[in-house]
Design a protein around this ligand. Structure first.
Ligand SMILES: Cc1ncc(COP(=O)(O)O)c(C=O)c1O
Length: 386
């Protein structure tokens, strides 16, 4: 066996022996209340399309119209010829929607996180990172080569102990705002107060809060944080906004610095203008149709009221994890739900800590009350069989 074959075999065998082998499936429908996989239609409880916007006609029509004028691909990085008037309009609209000075588009949230951290954080700096931060933040921190401390999840006492002992004069605090696998909100006001006390700078990854909280303005608005209190926010469009891509939002000088030093901005092909046009249409819907959020939170409340006896986490967001424990039981419950018409994937380590394998249910504004009732009934009867 060649060295490469040995390496590949050991990866595959290790994941298979631990019930952690991942497999791909392809949909033949859009996202939304329903999803079609291998000619079978399921109720979709897996998508981050929390508002049900990814197939909305306003978005598809905006994308089509932009493609007729600007083509499909952007053709180059933003600093060459890839930035269109649609990108500029989206950045301006986003900054004013979020009441911040300026925004800068990136192709994805992953790249935005890598770009921000590597542009601003020096290897002589020290970073405090919530232990449940998203993989892209963890990778972003390791790219900087700075020293770092993982503080206990949302534990501001542990964070403060670390800040007190830290010898670095201007440390960083990096956190998901709404945690992607637990659905809970970071204590942003307390974190901002600690940052001010210990001369630290906060970076908030609002991938799951943006579009959802505070009428879509996100976690900073939900926690009434000013630009000075949360100076660097990353928002993504591939979740509640139903499109793709991301932006960093903050002061004009922050954005100027990222244009100079953000390698994942400078050396990456600009996102397609048609996607920027669809994201603009999505923002417009958020601002004009308040009923979308009402439907979403009515559904979340209904799900939690019906699921009182299920092992849920303390989340009031559309992310509703049901903690199962073992990998094999999580797979079993997901399979049973699927056999009954509900599409849900089991989330296992290393995405979540060992022993906390779970179903990560995503509640959407597109669900009907009977969808949620059916899901909970099936879930309860399946869990009783474990
Ligand atoms: C918290 C968080 N940050 C960043 C990302 C990456 O965003 P994108 O999918 O746009 O790369 C995700 C995506 O899953 C996420 O959950």
């Amino acid at each position: 066996m060649s060295a490469l074959e040995q390496r590949i075999t050991s990866i595959i065998e290790e994941t298979k022996s631990n019930d952690r082998h991942r497999t791909l499936e392809s949909t033949t429908s859009g996202q939304g209340r329903l999803i079609t996989i291998n000619d079978t239609e399921y109720l979709n409880f897996t998508s981050n399309d929390y508002l049900g916007l990814s197939s909305h006609p306003n978005l598809t029509e905006a994308a089509y119209a932009a493609a007729l004028t600007h083509g499909v691909g952007s053709g180059a990085s933003a600093l060459l010829s890839g930035r269109s008037s649609v990108h500029e309009a989206l950045e301006q609209r986003l900054a004013s929607f979020m009441k911040r000075e300026r925004a800068l588009l990136f192709s994805s949230g992953y790249l935005a996180n890598l770009g921000v951290a590597s542009a601003l954080i020096k290897r002589t700096d020290h970073v405090f990172s919530d232990e449940l931060n998203h993989a892209s933040l963890i990778d972003a921190i390791s790219l900087t080569k700075a020293s770092y401390t993982r503080y206990r999840h949302v534990d501001t006492k542990d964070l403060e102990d670390g800040l007190k002992a830290c010898e670095n004069p201007c440390p960083w605090i990096i956190t998901d705002t709404l945690f992607s696998m637990d659905g809970d909100l970071a204590p942003l006001q307390e974190i901002a107060a600690l940052a001010s006390k210990y001369n630290a700078t906060v970076i908030g990854d609002d991938a799951h809060g943006f579009g959802v909280l505070a009428g879509g303005r996100g976690a900073a608005a939900a926690c009434s944080l000013s630009q000075a209190e949360l100076p660097i926010q990353i928002v993504t469009f591939g979740k509640a906004l139903g499109t793709s891509g991301a932006a960093v939002v903050g002061s004009g000088s922050l954005i100027d610095a990222l244009i100079q030093r953000g390698r994942t901005f400078i050396y990456d092909t600009a996102p397609p203008p048609m996607i920027a046009a669809a994201t603009l249409a999505s923002l417009e819907l958020l601002e004009t149709d308040k009923s979308i959020h009402q439907r979403l939170f009515t559904n979340v409340t209904k799900f939690r009221a019906l699921s009182k006896n299920l092992p849920l986490l303390n989340s009031n967001s559309p992310i509703q994890p049901v903690i199962i424990g073992s990998d094999s039981n999580a797979l079993f419950v997901a399979e049973q739900l699927r056999a009954n018409g509900f599409y849900v994937r089991a989330i296992r380590p290393p995405t979540v800590p060992p022993g906390t394998s779970r179903l990560r249910l995503c509640i959407s504004a597109a669900h009907k009350p009977e969808d949620i009732e059916g899901l909970v009934d099936t879930l309860v009867s399946t869990m009783n069989r474990l």
